[in-house]
Structure formats: structure tokens, C-alpha cells
Design a binder for this molecule. Structure first.
Ligand code: NAD
Ligand code: IPM
Ligand code: MN
Length: 348
């Protein structure tokens, strides 16, 4: 028995979450999982109508759930940042979801944008710190709207925050027999990322069985394109993790395929596609639901059903092989039809 809170959000978030839910409902029926779902209407519509982002009453209620399934937030009618900070970051911070787990796994050689790099080469995981860095919101304006205006945004690294994400990454690498790569900008961020360097080195001494190495953020983007096979697990700060996982999404075959989990094993974790609300295609019924479906698979794994996550990945693989895809992947199916195809593939 597990309670799942569903936050469809804005734009294509609503469209893709519906398809992810089909997969969860399918398992619920087939395996008697006793999953229950409750939807929360957070997003642009509610904000524009009532001024509310995530009311305390909703936060209190969300605390009682086992996991949250989120679509995406962001709407051109609302000033950029308000919904993103007020809903998405609010939930990540409130539940202290310090681990942002973003697998970069190519599911079919034909989807690779890189010459001679296929499913063997493009298969790694980014462990992104999710509660600190320049996302902490420390900073401000001085003399705003004058020619002398000053704006600052501080990059926060706490020893506890950095230690816990690096420890998680070492544990994850150990469990998967993998190498751990630290990605930072320690040559310029000589305070913030110097702390990361020292924390990583000290933690590495406790994991002598886990191979490790290091790349600067600029070089890692080059390596991700040229030699993605050298990576198993990459641990990095909040902003770098954000940026390299959009690059990673493209290595996997596109934004429509990248899934993620915002995790704190002690509180409530939240799963969501890496992509946003895609206002340019919202409402057309052509959004790719595979990232949301793969995120639903991650929920099943998080709840302890590891085998089901692998089955979901196989069903998505079949959809790719059979061209049961939306237009962004050169298919001609609608969002709904792709969701139905994946469920059909699960039944085989
Ligand atoms: P985006 O990810 O929404 O879209 C980038 C491009 O990829 C667009 O051309 C879009 O059409 C395409 N795309 C994305 N997902 C797709 C899918 N499932 N199927 C087909 N095509 C897809 O990024 P953006 O345009 O920079 O941001 C739009 C809004 O979403 C902004 O308000 C932004 O702040 C927000 N955002 C939210 C989240 C989130 O809620 N997790 C993540 C990223 C961006
Ligand atoms: C993501 C998004 C968010 C982030 C935004 C919408 C706040 O880009 O989940 O990757 O920067 O973390
Ligand atoms: Mn992002």
C-alpha cells in the first residue's frame, strides 16, 4: 500500500502525467499493489486565480504521502521564476530532497545523436545536489532600476550538504560497481568548490574500492559528447547538474526521454520528467510522454518494485523499436496513443 500525490502542473505536464499514471494503474491492477492516487491542482491556473503557490494546507497533506509524481510547472502568463521557485523548488526544499537522480541511459542505438556511440557507451547517472548552490536564493538587489544597480546571487555550499550528496554518490557507485566522477569548477570557484574538492577527497578515502576521477564542468561537457563511455556516475552541484542533464537528455534521444527523482529517503520523494512545461507544444496532444512514463517506473523502483521499473524500460524500448512515438521522435502518434502503446507492450 502506498499513497502517491499527483501534481500535473502546467502545459504538457498535465498531458504527460496522465500517461505515466496509466502505467502505475496498470501495475496496481495486475499486481494488487494497493497504490492510491490523489491529485493536487498547483500551477499557473491556481496562482492566477487565487495568488496561491503551495498553500501550507497542501504541504501538510503532502507530508502524509509516500511519493509525489509531478509533471512540470511554468507558464508564459506568469513572470518567469514565480511558479518554478514557488512550487518546484519549494517542494524540493521543503522535503529536503537533496538527491536529484538523473539517469542518462540510451535505450536504442538509432536514437544516439553521436557517431559510433550506442547503448553500451551512453549509460551513466548524474547525482545532482538539489538543495544548495545558487539555488539557495541568497542574494538581492541594490539600487534596483537605477544605472548603479547591483545584483548578487550567492553560491552556497555547506559542508553537511556537500558531504551527504557525495556520500550518497559513493554508496550508489559502490552498489553498482561503478566509477564516481566529481564535476566542479574548482579552478575558479576557489571557495565553494574547494570545499567540494576536500569533501570528495576525504570521502574517497572511506571508499577505497570505488574508483574515482575528476573533471571540470567545461571539460565534462566536451567529454560527454566525445567519450560518454568513460562515465558511470557523476556527482555535481545544483546548477551544473541542471545544465549537464539537458545535454544528457539529448544524448539519450531527447528531452522527451529523460526521467528524474528528487529523493530524500527520510521524507517524501518526488519524481518528474527532466523537461519543462513546453508552452510551444502544450495543448496539441503531441508531447512525448516517455520521460513521464520512465519517471513512473522510477517511482515503482523507489517503492521497492525494482523489477517493474526494468519492465517499464523494456516496454518503452519496444515502443521505440516499433516507432510508436510522438513527432519529436519522428513518430506520428499522439501523447495518448504512445501511453496506450507502452501499456500494450507491458502486457506482452
Ligand atoms: P522545456 O523543457 O519545457 O522545452 C524545451 C524544448 O523541448 C521545447 O522546444 C519543447 O517543445 C521540447 N520538449 C520538452 N519536453 C518535451 C516533450 N515531452 N515532448 C516533446 N517536446 C518536448 O524547457 P523551456 O522551454 O526552457 O521551459 C518552458 C517552461 O518550463 C519554463 O517556464 C521553465 O521554467 C519550465 N521548466 C520547468 C521544469 C519543471 O517543472 N521540472 C523543468 C524545466 C523547465
Ligand atoms: C529542472 C528545471 C528546474 C531546475 C527549474 C524549472 C527550476 O530546469 O528540473 O531541471 O533548474 O532545477
Ligand atoms: Mn533543467
Amino acid at each position: 500500500m502506498a499513497k502517491i500525490a499527483v501534481i500535473p502542473g502546467d502545459g504538457i505536464g498535465k498531458e504527460v502525467v496522465r500517461e505515466g499514471l496509466k502505467v502505475l494503474e496498470y501495475y496496481n491492477g495486475r499486481e494488487n499493489l494497493d497504490l492510491s492516487f490523489e491529485e493536487f491542482d498547483l500551477g499557473a491556473k491556481r496562482y492566477l486565480k487565487t495568488g496561491e503557490l503551495v498553500p501550507d494546507s497542501v504541504l501538510n497533506k503532502l507530508e502524509t504521502f509516500d511519493a509525489i509524481f509531478l509533471g512540470a510547472v511554468g507558464d508564459p502568463q506568469v513572470q518567469t521564476g514565480i511558479l518554478e521557485q514557488g512550487i518546484l523548488l519549494k517542494l524540493r526544499f521543503y522535503f529536503d530532497q537533496y538527491i536529484n537522480l538523473r539517469p542518462i541511459k540510451l535505450l536504442n542505438d538509432n536514437l544516439s545523436p553521436l557517431k559510433n556511440k550506442g547503448i553500451e557507451e551512453i549509460n551513466f547517472t548524474v547525482v545532482r545536489e538539489n538543495t544548495e548552490g545558487i539555488y539557495a536564493g541568497i542574494g538581492g538587489f541594490l539600487k534596483k532600476d537605477t544605472p548603479d544597480e547591483i545584483a548578487t546571487q550567492e553560491m552556497l555550499s555547506t559542508r553537511k550538504g556537500v558531504d551527504r550528496i557525495i556520500k550518497y554518490a559513493f554508496e550508489y557507485a559502490r552498489k553498482n560497481g561503478a566509477k564516481l566522477t566529481l564535476c566542479d569548477k574548482s579552478n575558479v570557484l576557489t571557495y565553494s568548490h574547494n570545499l567540494w574538492q576536500r569533501a570528495f577527497k576525504e570521502m574517497a578515502a572511506e571508499y577505497p574500492d570505488v574508483e574515482n576521477d575528476h573533471f571540470l564542468i567545461d571539460a565534462i561537457t566536451m567529454k560527454m559528447v566525445r567519450n560518454p563511455e568513460i562515465f558511470d556516475v557523476i556527482v555535481t552541484c545544483n546548477i551544473f547538474g541542471d545544465i549537464i542533464t539537458d545535454l544528457g537528455a539529448e544524448l539519450q534521444g531527447g528531452m522527451g526521454l529523460a526521467a528524474s527523482g528528487n529523493i530524500n529517503p527520510e521524507t517524501v520523494s518526488m519524481f518528474e520528467p527532466v523537461h519543462g512545461s513546453a508552452p510551444d507544444i502544450a495543448g496539441k496532444g503531441i508531447a512525448n510522454p516517455l520521460a513521464a512514463i520512465l519517471s513512473a517506473g522510477m517511482i515503482l523502483e523507489y517503492l521497492g518494485y525494482t523489477g517493474f521499473n526494468q519492465q517499464v524500460q523494456s516496454a518503452v524500448k519496444k515502443a521505440i523499436e516499433r516507432q510508436e512515438l510522438t513527432p519529436d521522435m519522428e513518430g506520428d502518434l499522439s501523447t495518448e496513443e504512445v501511453g496506450d502503446s507502452v501499456v500494450k507492450n507491458l502486457k506482452e
